[in-house]
Ligand binder design. Structure first.
Ligand code: ATP
Length: 960
């Protein structure tokens, strides 16, 4: 099938990723809802703040333009209890001049004619002189709000004076105006009653009107301008956190890596995220302005719609590219909220500073403004401040689209206009976006791979010929010295023959047309890392995971890579699929080198990978996964539907095709991963432990799929199931400690590395001694067993490995191979005599081969690394033995009865992590005479177990 390439492929990938982003957003409805509609909640809060502030300031006109001041209603003399902080009992007023009867009459009239409330006599106190009043006030503080001092000069002149406490005091946020509340009512009452007394008409009308000046608003308050920066920042933080979380999840779950292996272009990846998020940002900004209008804020009604929309859109877009940049530094999606919260707090504080006037004022140099403007929340705060001040009163016109480049009326020598803010937002958007891509390249990914810090200066980067130049390790790691690689010639003859043949082909630069992959001395050394903790630095030294592998993998064949945990199998696959760079050597896949970026991009088009762990989006269904990966691979769009359907059928997921993979069982996920690996008919398929976690029926089904998939392609399979390797593989290699230990067909490995042959001798179940006796007691033992056991012992010198009443199992070493033909001929002849019902002869299992190789590798590395374990002998003492040793001599057991001492065979098994551990040992036997007794090495300090002597290893070839 012809796959798309170049620009059509990028477009196809872009469209598929856009669809994926849409589905993810759709399936995360709560997050999407918050991102789009959180503005409604926050604008409602601003509305509440606005209402609260307006009600608080309703008594003052300082925040209003007053063009036509209304007459003020004059208050009467208030009860003294109305005064803030008064002490009771109190007096509404006190007065002096009580020597005059006329004055006393005037005061009585004041009390009687107080509008709305006659002042009772006990609430007024009289004195003769002002001095007496002062003396009383001094000794009775806070007992009255004001005092009147009358003097009757003559029959036509009565003078008066007023004393009030003019300090404006606040109580619970409200201010008391002593002039208007106490002084003026007293003054008007005194003047009115003096006039009536002088005129002699007690009904004389005395009207005094009050009005404030017409004035513009002397103070301004915009709820949006004041609370907006914080609240709109909070709105943007929802998108910010979700964006970081989405990007980091794709990194963390290696989804991005899986897409890259399949040939995803970075440009399509970034562009798809940007387009989708920009779309959401447009909608969110639109809703913000519409909700603001809905709540009838002057801010939203009077400023131009276009000005506001562009501001919110550019700000949120800026936060988006800022999130892209921050996500490069975050490795766990669970940290996204913490990061978002920290950015919000920082933004809140810097916005506070901005609102106080820093640095958008001519007193500050431009440098401050440049640095400050890099952080998008600061620009938002300034813009809201400008727009808020322009709509502080209902008469303000706000900023129209045409006036966006002009200074505002209240700030004629402004340092920044709305248009400048737009320019800043657009520039910082590009700054953060470019930095996001730069950091994404230079910060090590989950495999520790990154580009050099100056990769963009290399012209070949821009032409796409940079030779896959990547580096490993963190940016500031100081890797220690690399331990030398032991490049010893392989000890196994088949591995050596393969190596020699590949080396010869490589030297002649020839590749056999039947070879799909030629691995030429592939070496991978992971660099050491330095982790800087709070108290100490943790350093790990470089590690040779793969130590020079030479092998040809044939077309149309399944090559199985076996090995214990940590052998280097996944590393080999990662090197071949371009996940991690090769340290030395090379590998050609269908003639393309994994070391060249051009080669790698061609390789990506012809490979399919089923990674060790399922790399799937929980929210996408199997069908959506297959459509996505098929598009990333560049399958013609018209074929994708049918290819996906066929693929789903093959892995028996048709009925669950539309179910989200998060609801799949482990086995279903693995099957989907296999289907993804096989989509697009790749020439080369890598299956890393594809059947892990499957039940036996599903496993057999996947084996059928793999068996079918073998036709026309090469497959590399790693597995821990020996049965799987045995059934599926055309060729098997066992790796341990980064090296190939053996290679060949299953039969060859079994015959070379198995302990030998397994003979099963069966006896009829109704043989004498097998049936219960008449009294129903247990059957007696089978009398045929002993003669057969003796026959094996006499002819082959072997004891049964397993026995029960109906069968005996013997393991016959390879050395006895020559005797087998005659031995079994005789056994068959005497079948009747021995009472045998069946004889079966087979090679030992692949599992045994695997364990032998693993033990051998452990033994090798144990002797190099002095890796000792303790063997607790059933006879009592303990000895130390190298890990993996099979036959071990027990020191100090020499005696007259056992002149050469005693030895045991140690049985090993692998635990869940693949590590070898002792499962038991044989009975102690004499060390045979052909074994040369060696002098014990003194155990080194490392790995030595105090008190336990060191056992010595006996070559298993010497034990017959
Ligand atoms: N990124 C890395 N940095 C450092 N060491 C690593 C890295 N990846 C793997 N290793 C080490 O390289 C060795 C080989 O690992 P690898 O995953 O290839 O083994 P494997 O044979 O696939 O094992 P398994 O069967 O458990 O998957 C291990 O010791 C592992 O700890």
């Amino acid at each position: 099938m012809e796959l798309n390439s170049g620009v059509p492929l990028i477009t196809q990938q872009y469209a598929a990723l856009l669809r994926k982003n849409f589905i993810l957003t759709w399936r995360h409805k709560k997050s999407a809802f918050l991102q789009l509609f959180s503005s409604l909640f926050f604008i409602f809060l601003i509305f509440c703040i606005d209402k609260a502030v307006k009600s608080r300031f309703s008594s003052t006109t300082a925040y209003k333009n007053v063009h036509d001041p209304q007459p003020l209603i004059l208050p009467p003399i208030p009860p003294c209890e109305d005064k803030f902080y008064v002490k009771t009992p109190c007096h509404d007023f006190i007065w002096s001049g009580n020597a005059s009867a006329r004055i006393a009459t005037i005061v009585s009239a004041i009390m009687k004619n107080n509008p709305g409330r006659e002042i009772p006599a006990e609430k007024v106190k009289s004195f003769r002189t002002q001095a007496e009043v002062d003396a009383w006030l001094e000794s009775n503080p806070m007992r009255c709000p004001g005092a009147l001092h009358f003097v009757e000069r003559n029959s036509t002149v009565i003078s008066y004076g007023i004393q009030t406490n003019s300090t404006a005091v606040a109580k619970r946020g409200s201010y008391e105006d002593p002039t208007f509340k106490f002084q003026i009512p007293l003054q008007i009452a005194a003047e009115r009653e003096i006039s009536r007394s002088l005129i002699g008409d007690p009904n004389f009308k005395w009207t005094v009107g009050f009005k404030e000046f017409a004035h513009p608003a002397t103070e301004t308050f915009s709820a949006v301008g004041t609370a907006g920066p914080t609240f709109f920042l909070a709105i943007a933080m929802f998108g910010f956190v979700f964006q970081i979380s989405s990007l980091v999840t794709e990194k963390e779950l290696k989804l991005r890596q899986a897409m890259s292996i399949m040939g995803l272009y970075d440009s399509a990846y970034w562009l798809s995220w940007f387009t989708w998020e920009a779309f959401l940002t447009v909608v969110a900004a639109l809703f913000t302005v519409l909700f603001g209008i809905m709540f009838q804020f002057n801010f939203f009604l009077h400023n131009s719609f276009a000005v506001l929309f562009l501001l919110f859109f550019l700000f949120q877009l800026n936060m988006l590219s800022f999130a892209f940049m921050i996500s490069a530094f975050v490795s766990k999606s669970s940290s996204a909220t913490t990061v978002g919260f920290s950015i919000f707090i920082i933004g809140f504080l810097t916005q506070l500073v901005t609102v106080f006037g820093f640095p958008y004022d001519s007193n500050f140099t431009k440098l401050y403004r440049v640095i400050w403007s890099l952080f998008p929340p600061n620009l938002l705060a300034k813009a809201l401040d400008l727009l808020g001040n322009e709509t502080a009163t209902s008469e303000d016109e706000g900023i129209s689209w045409g006036r966006r480049g002009e200074c505002t009326t209240y700030e004629p020598d402004c340092t920044i206009t709305i248009e400048d803010i737009y320019k800043w937002l657009i520039s910082t958007f590009f700054v953060w976006f470019i930095l996001a891509i730069y950091f994404d390249n230079i910060i090590p990914n989950s495999n520790g791979v990154r580009k050099s810090m100056f990769y963009f200066l290399n012209p070949s980067y821009w032409t796409g010929n940079d030779g896959n130049k990547v580096e490993e390790g963190s940016l500031c790691s100081c890797s220690g010295s690399i331990p030398p690689l032991d490049d010893a010639t392989p000890s196994d003859e088949d591995v050596l023959a393969e190596e020699t043949s590949v080396k010869q082909q490589a030297a002649n630069n020839e590749v056999d047309p039947n070879v799909a992959v030629q691995i030429r001395g592939l070496t991978k050394t992971y660099p050491g890392t330095t982790k800087i903790g709070c108290c100490k630095c943790q350093r790990s030294s470089p590690y040779h995971a793969v130590k020079g592998i030479w092998v040809n993998l044939a077309k149309d064949q399944l090559f199985c890579l076996l090995g214990p945990n940590g052998a280097g199998k996944t590393t080999v696959i990662n090197c071949l699929t371009g996940v991690t760079p090769v340290t030395a050597g090379d590998a050609l896949i269908h003639g393309y080198s994994v070391r060249s970026s051009v080669g790698m991009s061609n390789i990506r088009r012809m490979i399919g990978v089923c990674p060790q762990f399922d790399i799937l989006w929980d929210e996408l269904s199997a069908q959506e996964h297959l459509h996505l990966f098929a598009s990333i691979k560049g399958l013609p769009p018209s074929t994708i539907k049918s290819v996906a359907e066929k693929s789903l059928e093959e892995v028996k997921l048709t009925t669950a095709a539309r179910v989200r993979s998060g609801n799949y069982s482990g086995g279903m996920k693995r099957r989907l991963s296999v289907a993804i690996a096989l989509i697009g008919d790749p020439k080369m398929v890598f299956l890393d432990e594809p059947t892990t976690g499957m039940d036996p029926i599903t496993r057999r089904h996947v084996w059928d799929i793999i068996e079918d998939a073998k036709r026309g392609r090469a497959i590399v399979l790693t597995t821990h199931s020996m049965e799987e390797a045995d059934i599926l593989s055309d060729r098997i290699a066992i790796m341990a400690k980064g090296k190939l230990r053996c290679i060949g067909t299953s039969i060859r490995l079994k015959s070379r590395f198995g302990t030998g042959y397994v003979a099963n001798v069966s006896f009829p179940s109704n043989a004498p001694g097998q049936t219960p006796n008449v009294y129903g007691s247990a059957p007696t033992s089978n009398p045929h067993l002993e003669p057969v056991k003796q026959f094996f012992k006499d002819r082959l010198n072997v004891d049964p490995k397993e026995e029960n009443k109906t069968f005996l199992t013997f393991v016959i070493p390879h050395q006895k191979e020559g005797l087998l033909t005659n031995f079994f001929a005789e056994l068959q002849d005497r079948e009747e005599e021995f009472g045998i019902s069946d004889i079966q002869l087979g090679l030992t299992t692949l599992e045994e081969v695997f364990l032998n190789i693993a033990k051998q590798a452990e033994l090798e590395s144990s002797s190099m690394e002095e890796n000792l374990v303790t063997l607790n002998l059933s006879s009592g003492p303990s000895i130390q033995i190298p890990k993996g040793a099979r036959f071990v001599g027990i020191p100090g057991t020499e005696s007259s009865e056992h002149p050469r001492g005693l030895m045991v065979e140690v049985y090993w098994e692998q635990d869940d992590t693949g590590t070898l551990c002792i499962s038991g040992h044989s009975s102690e036997t004499d060390i045979p005479p052909n074994v040369q007794l060696t002098v014990n090495r003194a155990p080194s300090r490392r790995g030595s177990i105090r008190g336990a002597p060191l056992g010595f290893v006996i070559d298993s070839n010497l034990i017959s």
